[in-house]
Design a protein around this ligand. Structure first.
Ligand SMILES: Cc1cc2nc3c(=O)[nH]c(=O)nc-3n(C[C@H](O)[C@H](O)[C@H](O)COP(=O)(O)O)c2cc1C
Length: 206
């Protein structure tokens, strides 16, 4: 007989939560001076880690360049238009994927002991899996920040070669996204909503 699911597992969230996560949420470009604590930054991961990855491999790694020196080292590799707002943000996360994520496979996928060696033997599959699932986890990270009441400003506008050399000189990680984090200064902290695609342009039933 099928076990009855815990009601919390599939309970829809209310409209206020949907607004915070999706319908009213915006990408934030300027922030109030309200600080973001290290505990809040850790809490983003403590939520995001529960969202799924292929085979549970979890390739995302996160650096918080919070000291003035680290922030300057980050900003010099961003595109010009992303620099001032990143210097001013209360917190910033540099999201990357671990190119050697397969080394942890025996611990995080104990049900498939052969996986580490399979991935070690296939450079292309390993890279694709790491990059795709790292990006997936970056999306979860943004939504987790929103769920905790923070505004997020994701940015892909950076020099990936320079950024990787700066923060991952051993060559073991590859940058995916930089995310400014904080509380929006005011309603001018985001741009007007750009059009989303229509349902009929995206969805198809067969
Ligand atoms: C992967 C990714 C890369 C982005 N890169 C930049 C960027 O380099 N600079 C920037 O100002 N905004 C960047 N954005 C912000 C997007 O333009 C913004 O999220 C989108 O237009 C939706 O805005 P909205 O949340 O206010 O509706 C990026 C967003 C994502 C998800």
């Amino acid at each position: 007989m099928t076990e009855v699911l815990e009601p919390t597992l599939t309970r829809p969230v209310d409209d206020a939560a949907l607004a915070t996560l999706f319908t009213e949420a915006h990408t934030i470009n300027s922030f109030a001076p309200t600080p973001v604590t290290d505990a809040q930054l850790a809490e983003i991961w403590n939520l995001a880690k529960w969202a799924p990855t292929a085979a549970n491999l979890q390739p995302l790694r996160v650096v918080f360049p919070q000291s003035p020196d680290a922030r300057q080292r980050l900003v010099r590799h961003l595109h010009e238009g992303n620099r001032a707002k990143t210097l001013a943000a209360p917190a910033v996360a540099l999201l990357a994927f671990d190119k050697d994520f397969h080394e942890l496979a025996p611990r995080v996928v104990p049900v498939k002991p052969e996986l580490r060696d399979q991935l070690a033997a296939n450079d292309d599959a390993r890279y694709q899996l790491g990059r795709f699932n790292g990006a997936l986890q970056a999306g979860y990270f943004i939504l987790a920040a929103r769920a905790l009441g923070l505004g997020a400003g994701p940015m892909g506008g950076f020099d990936p070669v320079g950024l990787d050399a700066e923060f991952f000189p051993e060559g073991d990680r590859s940058s995916i996204l930089v995310v400014n984090l904080g509380h929006p200064a005011d309603t001018g902290s985001w741009y007007p909503r750009l059009p989303r695609l229509e349902q009929a342009e995206v969805l198809r039933w067969e």
